[in-house]
Design a protein around this ligand. Structure first.
Ligand SMILES: [Zn+2]
Length: 251
């Protein structure tokens, strides 16, 4: 976001002063297209559709990982297949874009508007997903994996938040080192130690509304009201086999 703003300011400055290039490293005049494409986190350089593969596809998959469909999980494998196409369609529908399943300028522009320069979605932060320590160490996976898992989780939460009317969704606990998990009384197999879990606190949406909707956004572990110790939050996470339990919500 910040880099986009700087580009916009630079473009304004160039227009006002009539200076074509401000720095020798600048490849040329800043155009409206450049301003729109610039992003401090990641910039896509081509339109992506079914059959495409590569790191740019994987980056897209992370951003649409919250749109896999009911009970599903989108593979972040860098291969644009039917499941990725369906996720892109759902993302486009969610934001009122032409839903053609092709990720082009309009889709990327929407993604840029939803992400911060550190690649987290605008309504969630690494700090919010890690109240345990500052370096993501001490969990059941490497620090870099834990942090990457948290980023994917945040994109799923962004999708969940949007589906529930864009009202605040508070994360009370995200990544935990083994020590933090023990201190919190977490289970010895808790996904919090992998970085892909989030405990969602009270909000205007209501716990059951959150738990039910979370089934559509890539969470294979959902624990809520009626499950032991989960009457005051909804736990969402990723695990290999689906386990959903919120008996008081009919789940
Ligand atoms: Zn939890």
């Amino acid at each position: 976001m910040m880099r986009k703003i700087l580009f916009a300011l630079l473009a304004t400055f160039l227009t006002v002063t009539g200076v074509a290039t401000a720095a020798s490293a600048d490849p040329g005049p800043v155009t409206a297209q450049d301003v729109q494409a610039a992003d401090g986190c990641y910039t896509w350089n081509r339109t992506l559709s079914e059959g495409a593969s590569g790191e740019d596809v994987r980056q897209l998959q992370i951003r649409v990982s919250g749109y896999p469909g009911y009970g599903a999980v989108l593979a972040l494998d860098g291969a644009f297949g039917p499941a990725t196409r369906s996720a892109v369609v759902r993302f486009q529908q969610a934001y009122g874009l032409a839903a053609d399943g092709v990720a082009g300028p309009a889709t990327f522009s929407k993604i840029y508007s939803l992400q911060d320069d550190d690649c987290t979605p605008i309504h969630f932060t690494y700090a919010e997903l890690n109240r345990c320590n500052s370096d993501w160490s001490g969990g059941m996976v490497s620090a870099s994996t834990a942090k990457a898992n948290a980023r994917v989780t945040m994109w799923k939460l962004e999708a969940l938040r949007h589906a529930l009317g864009d009202r605040p969704l508070v994360v009370n606990s995200g990544f935990r080192s083994v020590a933090c998990n023990n201190a919190a009384g977490g289970s010895s197999t808790s996904r919090h130690m992998y970085g892909d879990a989030a405990d969602l606190g009270a909000g205007s949406q209501g716990f059951c509304t959150i738990a039910k909707q979370a089934r559509n956004h890539g969470f294979t572990e959902i624990l809520g009201p009626g499950y032991p110790d989960h009457n005051d939050h909804v736990h969402v996470a990723l695990r290999s086999n689906r386990f959903w339990s919120a008996p008081n919500c009919g789940i």
